[in-house]
Design a protein around this ligand. Structure first.
Ligand code: ATP
Ligand code: MG
Length: 407
């Protein structure tokens, strides 16, 4: 089997890296997800390389090298505007802490390196000519759309339980099924997930809910009782039924949280982000989506919702609302965008009546929270077209209908 390297720009661009390593007397191959995706016919992502050269040699060969994990044999080489992760051929043993192998041993043969990889579809290498090195029948697994552990699945999951999550995530991304023995091992060893850092689980969980075949992936989590190993889900066993009503891919953790918080409000966004150890950014986005969903639930789609929803959250809102209210997310997104173009103002600074205008007409009234509240009311009235965005009209409304002095 041969792959036409020239038909993949990303491989083509990385060829000089392989050639340079080879010119120094070492071997180098394309490995990992990019090889898998190229063989499947999917868009390829980051190009990773495996090499017989140890990190110190790579440091000598290239000018720009970032030593990200020298002790594990991994460096990043910057070349022609791209970054390549180059990992020295290695075998692993140990894994007392279920995360890092106790011993990383550099080896001289790519086949030994492929043996430590998780699934047969991920254990294929390509050389610079596009020749495939496939000692574990990964190509056949691609042909039959199977996720199969390299070697004994029980041992492989014991070594690194994250592989259980990775298996389910690949089901979701690729629409593959899990080979029988690998599945049996997942069913038997799900509890090992509790031994690994929640951040690592979170990355795979998020990718799982972003995959096209998430419904199948969720079924597998159900079959293998994996949900009770996840934060929050373990305390609310019924919550996984809600996971089963997610019918199309979500865009990321902020959406996942918004969805589940709406389904089960007693667990807050705060709880989700703390227990899953998510970033502030995710938490804030979840808050933004959640506010829009709450508003949509009582008012439907209107100018005020669209005005308040940050542009970057439009797609997220459309997906979460789409699932909750069985709407087509693309249509919903279009409707939000259309309504957005008709807004009278797009932010508070465009309001024809500002805080200082308020002080001008109420010089005696002490400043206080009423200012913010009144401005918000004005903003809402203008956005909802109950008031024109006109200084005099607003001024009249303020003095006539809601004299702040009487508050
Ligand atoms: P993605 O397309 O999401 O990047 P990937 O398969 O490339 O998927 P990476 O995490 O980038 O995943 O890892 C690159 C390669 O390293 C994998 O294809 C696999 O060969 C190997 N690998 C990654 N994680 C593990 C693991 N936990 N156990 C064994 N091998 C792994
Ligand atoms: Mg990758």
């Amino acid at each position: 089997m041969k792959v036409n390297i020239k038909s993949f720009l990303a491989f083509q661009k990385a060829l000089p890296v392989i050639k340079r390593i080879e010119s120094h007397g070492f071997q180098a191959f394309f490995v990992g997800g990019a090889v898998r995706d190229a063989l499947i016919g999917r868009q390829i992502g980051d190009v990773d390389l495996a090499s017989s050269a140890i990190p110190e040699k790579i440091l000598d060969i290239f000018e720009k090298v970032i030593p990200v994990g020298i002790e594990h044999g991994t460096v990043i080489v910057r070349f022609d505007g791209e970054s390549y992760e180059i990992t020295t051929f290695r075998s692993e043993s140990g894994y007392q802490d279920y995360r890092h192998p106790d011993k990383v041993e550099f080896v001289s043969d790519i086949k030994e390196d492929l043996a430590r990889r998780d699934f047969t579809i991920n254990a294929i290498a390509l050389d610079k000519n596009g020749d495939v090195i496939d000692p574990f029948e990964g190509l056949q697994a691609i042909e039959s759309k199977k996720i199969q552990a390299v070697g004994n699945p029980y041992e492989r999951f014991e070594e690194d339980p994250l592989r259980i999550m990775r298996a389910v995530r690949f089901v979701s991304q690729l629409g593959y099924t899990i080979e029988e023995e690998t599945m049996a091992a997942i069913q038997q060893q799900g509890m090992l997930l509790e031994k690994i850092a929640v951040e690592r689980v979170a990355i795979e969980f998020e990718k799982m809910l972003q995959g096209e075949a998430l419904v199948q992936a969720i079924d597998i989590c159900d079959d293998a009782s994996l949900f009770c190993r996840f934060p929050i889900f373990r305390d609310y066993p019924d919550l996984f039924h809600q996971a089963k009503t997610i019918t199309f891919p979500l865009g990321g953790f902020a959406e996942i949280i918004s969805y589940f918080v709406f389904r089960l409000p007693e667990v807050s966004i705060e709880d989700w982000s703390r227990q899953w150890k998510l970033s502030k950014q995710v938490k804030n986005d979840a808050k933004g989506i959640n506010e829009a969903i709450q508003y949509y639930d009582s008012n439907g789609l209107d100018e005020w919702l669209v005005y308040q929803l940050p542009e970057k959250l439009i797609s997220s809102f459309a997906r979460v609302a789409g699932i909750l209210y069985t709407r087509d997310p693309d249509r919903l997104k279009e409707n939000v965008k259309k309504l957005r173009t008709t807004l009278v103002i797009t932010n508070r600074r465009e309001l024809a009546f500002q805080a200082k205008d308020l002080f001008d007409i109420t010089p005696q009234k002490p400043k206080g929270p009423w200012i913010g509240k009144l401005l918000k009311t004005l903003e809402k009235k203008v956005v909802s077209r109950e008031l024109r965005n006109d200084y005099n009209e607003i001024k009249e409304w303020v003095s006539k209908w809601n004299p702040p002095g009487k508050d």
